[in-house]
Design a protein around this ligand. Sequence first.
Ligand SMILES: *Cc1c(COP(=O)(O)O)cnc(C)c1O
Length: 383
Amino acid sequence: MSQAFPQIPFNKPFIVGKELYNIAQSVLNGHISGNGHYTRACSEFLSNLVGGAPVIMTPSCTAALEMALLILDIQPGDEVVLPSFTFVSTANAVVLRGGIPVFCDIREDTFNLDERLLDRCITPKTKAIMPVHYAGQNCDMEAVCGLAAEHGLSVVEDAAQGVGAYDRNRHLGSMGDMACFSFHETKNIMCGEGGALVINRAELQERAEIVQEKGTNRSQFFRGQVDKYTWMEIGSSYLPSELQMAFLYAQLELLEDVTRKRGKAYLVYENGLTDLERQGKLRRPIYLGHNRPNHHMYAVLCRSLAERSELISFLKARNIHAVFHYVPLHNSPAGLKFGKTPYPLTVTEDVADRLLRLPMYYEISEAEQNRVLEGMYDFYRDR
Ligand SMILES: *Cc1c(COP(=O)(O)O)cnc(C)c1O
């Protein structure tokens, strides 16, 4: 069995070029803590990508989200609107400041927050909106930022999955006041654990540096702008090690190649599943026309929770690891304790029951993908 069907994991970490060489360089340079050569290189690369805004490298996207809400000075009782259909870090960042996550529903086509229902979540206590760009597809940022401007709210983009993705000619993460990227092992470009914070509103930059440097003005000191550094504000250590950034820079340099390769893998699933969609057995991903996605994931919608569970087991018996996410936050134990849900999140609950992610990683081969497709067709044959 395991001979005939070698394991196809859901995700697989990979090396594209000079990762290990760069790590050796950072050690030889004698600088492996934060803010060295490779940290600057990553930050400049990402800054160019998003159109010139300053970018602060962080140990994770989770850390970048936490930093963003510290920078915004979210206070106990402040409300922040975000989708329930997201990773827990988006909501934790709010709760860690004593804020209240207010959960909104998603659109049934893109699985991004439903901008048409957003105003139902806004009260006099609302301070910010956190759109999550699902699978590298931009939320309707014109609508989100328009509503934010109307109510005087900040916008923090959770662009964890967005590196290498564009909406028309604008890279994801360039439209909110701040935006957060992830370089976790499961993302397109990765260094095990890593992240970045984009500062699109210039007046937040100084505060961002202080928050990142344990609440001190150490960054200004290193630039020679002050002659000693001291504790200025609340902060923490949000610096990634040079070892991580050395690894990451090697991948960033090959961002276009990585995105292109994933695009090919994406097309294999997309073409391969046409017939199953035509037969009404599943739904393939929907991208609105103005997107230039980064092919972060391939997620289909099954017809029911029961069918999805059976499909996962069926594939697993063939050593193929397909997974679902997210367990909605609004009715989770912590979501009920800390959050608020102004209206029933029917699309979120339905999509969470039926969504299935197929194996997708940089090195996946066409032969492996064909085995996944064969598994899918065999499963649906008599259904
Ligand atoms: C991966 C992910 C995160 C967390 O990223 P880390 O770098 O692991 O902290 C947050 N939000 C979303 C939407 C993600 O996909």
